[in-house]
Write a protein that binds this ligand. Sequence first.
Ligand code: HEM
Length: 438
Amino acid sequence: MSLPAGLSFSQAPPIRVPFRFFLSAPLFGLLAALLALWYGPSLMDSRWQPSVLALTHLMTLGFLGMAMVGAMMQMLPVVAGSPVAHPVGVARAVHVLLLPGVLLLAGGFLSGMYWPMRLAMLLLGSGLAVFVAAVGLSLKRASSNNPTVVGMRFAVGALVVTAAIGLTLASNYGWDWWLIERVRLTNLHLTWGLLGWVGLLVAGVSFQVVPMFQLTPSYPKPLTRWLTTALFALLLLWSAVQMLPEGVQEPAMLAVGIAAAIGFTVYAAVTLRLQLQRRRKQSDVTLLFWRFGMVCLLLALALGIAGQVLPVLDRVQGDNFALAFLFIAGFAVSVVNGMLYKIVPFLIWFHLQSLLMGVVRVPNMKLIMPEPGMRRQMWLHFAAVPMLVLSAFWPPLIYLAALLFGTSMILLEVNLLYAFRIYQQNAKLASKVEPSPT
Ligand code: HEM
């Protein structure tokens, strides 16, 4: 096994930097599933219910946020050649602030009490500030010619906007001063969060990792050069359009929305096409997760645009639960899950390589993360997503969907822990065999 080309691992952070985030992520997914089981079909009554808001943030800030923060801290030195300064301290601070922050935010929604919400604001605000400052400095030093770095910069910018609006909205719950523009602000917040922070990061990162890990041809140059910039500009335009007077606003929003949907559609279609042209014909779990994720992204985009163009469909969709399930669980969770299955065994192998050099043989990556365990979890996830989407139209299905999703999260955690245990056992072995200093 050799190191993938184009990567510099000499500055990679210690393994516990990304792992503390990776091991926490599925636990938030499991909590979300338990919450869905507890509240059942009533979840579909309205998107504004505390239970829905809690569940949304356990998934977006808990599962996705943890995995994405961990992946960025790991990738910056490797992909961009620009490490985060003091990675161990930064990772510890961000993790220790975000973890209770997400739980308190969910608890604040569910309990309706002021103090958990105020404390959540403090913890999430400071945790995200430390993260943004640390990765912001590292991204500033990185080369602007790298499309992944450009995508990451826009994604972090979108995270700042998302968090600023999120904290404003949360202050409404923390002090009860009743915000006048609540609906408009919430829609701005979720658009920047889902399309900006999640969408742009996935797109930027895939320019590097899809060709490298899935052995596909490279993305077309014009796409890697312009896509994330164009999408970020459209997000800015979409936000500016909100200020226009009623009457002009609706058609302008539709036009910008369609342009953004076309951008993401091109991205998903090109990714699927590249995967068809890959050199290795055998499919692996990461590839299947990514394909599934791209198809869900295309379906979510189609549903979103159809809802705008055909008001009848918008009424059938109610509060767009099907769209949210397709985007969050179908696209974002699948892509992150697939990435974890590539990054985790590789990182463990890589760190053991330097620890065990000349001591014992480094375990093969297939032993670190066995394929049957990953496949079982993948099929559970592939079964959970359609059930979640269908539960938007027939709410009792949420029980089955939550059961499948929760079980898949447990298996994901088990798979990650299994791999991490192999690292720990081998690292212990290496420390015993190491010659003592004379
Ligand atoms: C500092 C971090 C964040 C805070 C404090 C926060 C806070 C909030 C609050 C208070 C609401 C409810 C608005 C209302 O009822 O008036 C909300 C809605 C929402 N947030 Fe966040 N949020 C944060 C981060 C994020 C992120 C990173 C994402 C996505 C990646 C996200 C996605 C959403 C979504 C999708 C909704 C709408 C849920 C629905 O319509 O049911 N949030 N957020």
